[in-house]
Design a protein around this ligand. Structure first.
Ligand code: NAD
Length: 261
């Protein structure tokens, strides 16, 4: 079992879904969690559930596209839990839009949250790690959409290819500071985000029944079952801990064998 006891770990987008599952899982390992989310309410709910279960967690409301708020998030985390050990840049959005209908605004909003939001947090955390002088681990949530462009999610996929690129570039640049940078690429995970994707498929006439798109994608996984947020906890534990001490620049697919990359 990787030793994450008292590690200070920030997880963005942890009010619900994949981020919340990672927060709960790493809190069980003894990590001190900062649950950060655009929704202060859901962030507080995740943090309170962790504390009720005997873990350590604070909640921070943050918009990851706002540098001042990201700085305040890091400061709050360090003030409450000591030097930062890891961050999961997990906050993200999705939009289902057929390729020819994606507008400039759609593109900008998507890249603002999924691209710029990750870049800002990486920059701020790397500077924090450099000041602390002990390295650290950055884990970005990309997607299998960051390895394979699919319709009708082209601008979402483009933003996740960007996350993979940021991961590789930062890993090369800051490795000698002891900073490791990796990404997780989930498949089709049963969260609120997928409910939105499923709805989008119906709205665009690609499917006609609720959950049809999710079931269709889930059925292509070699392991033959849908993915749940908890499926991302093991890889998160590994990438945050010293067990992955010689792993950097990787974007690891955790999708039950949906794509092979
Ligand atoms: N669900 C999937 O199938 C799937 C697959 C591959 C990758 N992912 C990625 O995993 C991550 C988490 O996805 P999820 O399924 O848990 O989604 P979700 O929609 O259930 O949760 C995303 C969380 O991010 C928060 N968020 C959104 N914009 C934010 C902002 N500007 N600042 C701070 N927080 C913000 C939301 O409030 C929400 O709590 C995302 O980056 C997503 O792209 C999801």
């Amino acid at each position: 079992m990787p030793d994450l006891k008292d590690h200070n770990i920030i997880i963005t987008g942890a009010g619900r879904g994949i981020g919340a599952a990672i927060a709960r899982g790493l809190a069980q390992d003894g990590a001190r969690i900062t649950v950060a989310d655009l929704s202060g309410e859901t962030a507080e709910a995740t943090a309170a559930a962790i504390r009720d279960a005997g873990g350590q967690a604070i909640a921070v409301k943050v918009d990851v596209t706002d540098r001042a708020q990201v700085r305040a998030m890091i400061a709050a985390s360090v003030a409450a839990h000591g030097p930062l050990a890891s961050i999961f840049n997990n906050a993200g959005i999705v939009q289902v839009k057929p390729f020819l209908t994606i507008t400039e605004d759609d593109w900008r909003v998507m890249h603002d949250v999924n691209g710029l939001g990750v870049l800002i947090a990486m920059q701020e955390v790397i500077e924090t790690f450099q000041k602390q002088g002990k390295g650290g681990s950055i884990i970005n949530t990309a997607s299998i959409g960051g390895k394979l462009g699919t319709e009708p999610l082209a601008h979402y996929c483009a933003s996740k290819f960007g996350v993979v690129a940021l991961t590789q570039a930062a890993a090369r640049t800051f490795g000698r500071d002891g900073i490791r940078v990796n990404a997780i690429c989930p498949g089709n995970v049963a969260t609120d985000m997928w409910k939105k994707i499923d709805e989008g498929f119906r709205e665009t006439g690609l499917t006609s029944r609720e959950n049809e798109a999710f079931e269709k994608f889930a059925s292509t996984a070699a392991l033959g079952r849908p993915s749940y947020a908890e499926d991302l906890v093991g890889i998160s534990r590994f990438l945050a801990s010293s067990d992955s001490g010689f792993v950097t620049g990787q974007s690891i697919v955790v999708d039950g064998g949906t794509i092979f990359s």
